[in-house]
Design a protein around this ligand. Structure first.
Ligand code: CO
Length: 212
C-alpha cells in the first residue's frame, strides 16, 4: 500500500488549482524552463524559496543545502551554478541565508551532531575569520544573527570566485550576485548590500567583507 497518501491528495489539489487558473500552465513548462534567477539557500523547511519571493514553477532555479554554503569542491553546487549561468543564462544569483539557522548555530556552538559537523566546518571557517568582530558583540543571540549574515556574505564571495562566474564576467555576461537574509519571525527578506556585478566590484566587496 502506498503511504503518504495525504501528500498525493494535496498534490492533486495543487495541480487542479493551478490548472483552473491557467489551463496551459503545465503544458507551457514541459517544453522549456527560463528562470531569471538562481537561488542558493538553506535546506531549512521554514525557508521555501519560491514561496518567499512569490515565484511560480519555472521562475526560480534552486540549490539548497544546510546553511547555504558554497564550497569550491562541491560538484553538486558548482554544477547547478554552471548550468544556471551558462545554459539557462540567469542574470541573478541570490545567496539567501536566514536568521536562526540551525546549521550556523551548531557551528557557532561547536555542537557534535554527526557527519554534518564536517560540512559545518565551512561555517566555522567563516566564524574564525571574523572571530574578533563576533567577540565584540554583547551576547550569543547577536553573535548568531551576525554569523548568519557573515556566512551569506562569505558565500557571495565564494560564488564570485568560481571560474564559472569569473569567466562569465570576462566574456561580458550580465551577472549579479546578491546576498540576502530571511527573517523567520516576520517572513521578510533583507538585502545585505553585498551585490556584485563585475570583477572590479567583487574586489571592493571582498575588501569590505574580509577586512577585520
Ligand atoms: Co538554516
Amino acid at each position: 500500500m502506498r503511504s503518504l497518501s495525504n501528500l498525493f491528495n494535496r498534490n492533486r489539489e495543487w495541480s487542479k488549482q493551478i490548472s483552473t487558473e491557467d489551463p496551459q500552465f503545465f503544458r507551457k513548462l514541459v517544453d522549456q524552463q527560463s528562470p531569471d534567477y538562481l537561488w542558493i539557500g538553506c535546506a531549512d523547511s521554514r525557508v521555501p524559496a519560491n514561496e518567499i519571493v512569490g515565484l511560480l514553477p519555472g521562475e526560480l532555479f534552486v540549490h539548497r543545502n544546510v546553511a547555504n554554503v558554497v564550497v569550491h569542491t562541491d560538484l553538486n553546487c558548482l554544477s547547478v551554478l554552471q548550468y544556471a549561468v551558462d545554459v539557462l543564462d540567469v542574470e541573478h544569483v541570490i545567496v539567501c541565508g536566514h536568521y536562526g539557522c540551525g546549521g550556523v548555530q551548531a557551528a557557532l556552538q561547536n555542537s557534535r551532531l554527526g557527519l554534518i559537523d564536517n560540512w559545518l566546518r565551512h561555517v566555522q571557517d567563516v566564524m574564525r575569520k571574523h572571530r574578533s568582530r563576533l567577540d565584540e558583540l554583547p551576547d550569543d543571540a547577536s553573535r548568531l544573527r551576525r554569523l548568519c549574515e557573515l556566512n551569506v556574505m562569505e558565500q557571495v564571495l565564494n560564488v564570485g570566485q568560481t571560474s564559472i562566474v569569473q569567466q562569465a564576467w570576462d566574456r561580458g555576461k550580465r551577472l549579479e550576485i546578491h546576498g540576502w537574509i530571511y527573517d523567520l519571525s516576520d517572513g521578510l527578506l533583507k538585502d545585505l548590500s553585498v551585490c556584485v556585478q563585475t570583477a572590479e566590484e567583487y574586489a571592493e566587496v571582498y575588501r569590505q567583507v574580509t577586512e577585520v
